[in-house]
Design a protein around this ligand. Structure first.
Ligand code: C2E
Ligand code: MG
Ligand code: MG
Ligand code: MG
Length: 280
């Protein structure tokens, strides 16, 4: 910092960058504290069969209640956690908590957990998954790991091998936000994903833009031909749901059915579903 003279000029040109860097550093410090002090909690968003008659899965969504700033979204803090090396421990906590909650639900209901690109490259990931499975005792087939196309971007040539080693743990692998990355089609040839999640940007436009509907139709046909399941994300209107059904989408997720809910609410919802299934 310019200490002796010209401090006015220095401050005049630098405050924005400086403030940004400072805010970033503070966020890092706060994140470490948040992990240590248990400021994180999980929300779960139900994913329904397209028929709407049952829940097939809950997606785990990480929430942070900052003591001063209030709720901070994962889109803001996950990238910071990746850069400052906290994502491994954070991910481990999410995996453990998610599997622990899923244990109490009907075993027909899966649990999906997001894994970011840097986290995917973290050598401790497979061990964290095994530990979460062992601690909870849930069937590995109930755990679905959601990765995005971005894992192929910093491909050191070993991405496919890493996907296979992940699959070897017995878990399912879903390709999230499908269609938003680059040359997505080649990825479908390179690894047999269990599921494709169609990005909400396509779902959003499906009832007003013919091109979006054509793309969703093509993705669904392709997935079916390749033996992959499909989920549509961000379903907000009945019209979108009707379109998705008519094109043969397997399952649906979005505010129309339910927002992400607390663990307690998810537990109650899972119970009612199980009760309905027994009564049927
Ligand atoms: P995502 O995995 O694609 O999750 C779906 C996002 O869409 C969630 O945002 C969810 O709340 C939101 N959403 C669900 N239904 C609707 C809808 O009908 N309309 C709209 N507009 N949005 C809907 P959220 O919870 O803010 O999470 C954002 C992203 O942060 C996630 O995108 C995921 O990439 C990441 N994320 C969340 N939790 C975790 C985590 O535990 N670990 C990692 N690595 N990433 C996470
Ligand atoms: Mg996801
Ligand atoms: Mg998504
Ligand atoms: Mg996303």
């Amino acid at each position: 910092r310019a200490k002796h003279d010209g401090r006015g000029a220095y401050r005049f040109f630098e405050p924005d960058l400086d403030a940004q860097a400072q805010a970033r550093r503070q966020l890092e410090i706060d994140l470490r504290e948040a992990l240590a002090e248990g400021q994180f909690h999980l929300h779960f968003q139900p994913i329904y069969a397209a028929s709407g008659d049952r829940i097939v899965c809950f997606e785990t969504l990480l929430r942070w209640n900052h003591p001063v700033r209030g709720a901070v979204g994962p889109d803001v803090f996950i990238p910071v956690a990746e850069e400052c090396g906290l994502i491994g421990r954070m991910g481990e906590w999410v995996l453990n908590e998610a599997c622990r909650h899923a244990r109490a639900w009907d075993p027909a209901i899966r649990i999906a957990v997001n894994v970011s690109a840097r986290q995917f490259r973290n050598p401790g990931l497979n061990a964290s998954i095994l530990q979460a499975l062992a601690n909870s005792g849930i069937d590995p087939k109930r755990l679905e790991i959601e990765i995005t196309e971005s894992i192929f971007l910093d491909d050191g040539g070993d991405t496919i091998a890493m996907l296979h080693s992940l699959r070897a743990l017995g878990v399912r692998i879903a390709l999230d936000d499908f269609g938003t990355g680059y040359s997505s089609l080649s990825y479908l040839r390179s690894f047999p994903f269990d599921k494709i999640k169609i990005d909400k940007s396509f779902v959003n436009d499906i009832s007003r833009a013919a091109d979006a509907e054509a793309i969703v139709h093509a993705i669904l046909q392709l997935a079916t031909a390749l033996g992959m399941e499909t989920t549509a994300e961000g379903v907000e209107t009945q019209e979108q749901l009707d379109k998705l059904r008519s094109h043969g989408c397997d399952s649906i997720q979005g505010y129309l059915m339910s927002r992400p809910i607390s663990a307690a609410e998810a537990g109650r919802l899972a119970d009612t579903v199980a009760a309905a299934a027994r009564a049927a």
